[in-house]
Design a protein around this ligand. Structure first.
Ligand SMILES: Nc1ncnc2c1ncn2[C@@H]1O[C@H](COP(=O)(O)OP(=O)(O)OP(=O)(O)O)[C@@H](O)[C@H]1O
Ligand SMILES: [Mg+2]
Length: 249
């Protein structure tokens, strides 16, 4: 099932074109990895999927992005879009508040007030992000007191708390040690049973380990999107081959 469809997408930052005529289909409950050299437009493209670029001055987008067939740039309510398409960033960015309040923040924004309901959401989200055991006895403590790897799992729990359908992750493990990285990778493999996941990574081994599909970007173009197996064993495009074999980038 197709979850997201992108057609004819061009994006400009003022005069500079950062994305060129991108077409992409993202399948439901799969992990799609974006790879490519620094500056090729991976983060820019990821952010077009939940309109995070709307906040960037001078950013102009043409083309279409649909979520379940509905135009994301049409009259879809932004709050609804961001609830359906959550995001986790490169640097863990918990809010300067308690672990509990970090997770309850989104649900509260969406009008959930009952303590019983919030307690349940907080526990379920922390469990889903594989951080419940480490935090259940310190929920009222600041999230900033956690390690980087724990903070990133808090950010994932915070994203899950509003029951998104799609999770966008921009290099979620690049600031983490190998053990925390493996925890997040295991988590991603677990979460794809319920969510559609799009993950940017500079680590090609990571793409191989966790993704079903891989998209290779170069200079604002989507060069190739295929099953991860094929991208890393027999890519169709010479530029993809050069990149995955380490000849540039
Ligand atoms: N807010 C912005 N204003 C102007 N130009 C930008 C902005 N954000 C990104 N760019 C430019 O758009 C291009 C794509 O940047 P982007 O951050 O999407 O690349 P990336 O593939 O995510 O790179 P990296 O792997 O280093 O994170 C770059 O040339 C970058 O300088
Ligand atoms: Mg980036």
């Amino acid at each position: 099932m197709e979850k997201i469809k992108v057609e004819n997408l061009d994006l400009f930052y003022d005069q500079t074109q950062a994305l060129k005529n991108v077409h992409m289909s993202i399948q439901e409950k799969e992990v799609t990895a974006f790879i490519g050299p620094s500056g090729c437009g991976k983060s820019t493209f990821l952010k077009t999927l939940n309109r995070m670029n709307d906040l960037v001055e001078g950013c102009r987008i043409t083309g279409s992005v649909t979520l379940d067939g509905v135009d994301v740039y049409g009259n879809m309510d932004l709050n609804v879009l961001r609830k359906r398409v959550g995001m986790v960033f490169q640097k863990p960015n918990p809010f300067p508040m308690s672990i509990y309040d970090n997770i309850a923040f989104g649900p509260r924004t969406h009008g959930i007030r009952s303590k019983v309901a919030l307690d349940e959401i907080v526990e379920q989200s922390l469990r889903a992000a594989a951080i419940w055991e480490e935090t259940k006895d310190r929920l009222k403590k600041s999230a900033l007191g956690l390690s980087g790897g724990q903070q990133q799992r808090i950010c994932i729990a915070r994203a899950l708390a509003v029951e998104p359908e799609v999770l966008l992750m921009d290099e979620p493990t690049s600031a983490l040690d190998p053990i925390s990285t493996l925890k997040i990778e295991d988590l991603v493999s677990e979460l794809k049973n319920k969510y559609t996941i799009v993950i940017v990574t500079h680590n090609m081994q990571q793409a191989v380990r966790i993704s079903d599909k891989t998209a290779f970007f170069l200079l604002g173009e989507l060069v190739e999107l295929d099953t991860t197996d094929r991208i890393f064993s027999m890519p169709k495009d010479k530029r993809t081959e050069d990149y995955i074999t380490g000849r540039f980038g």
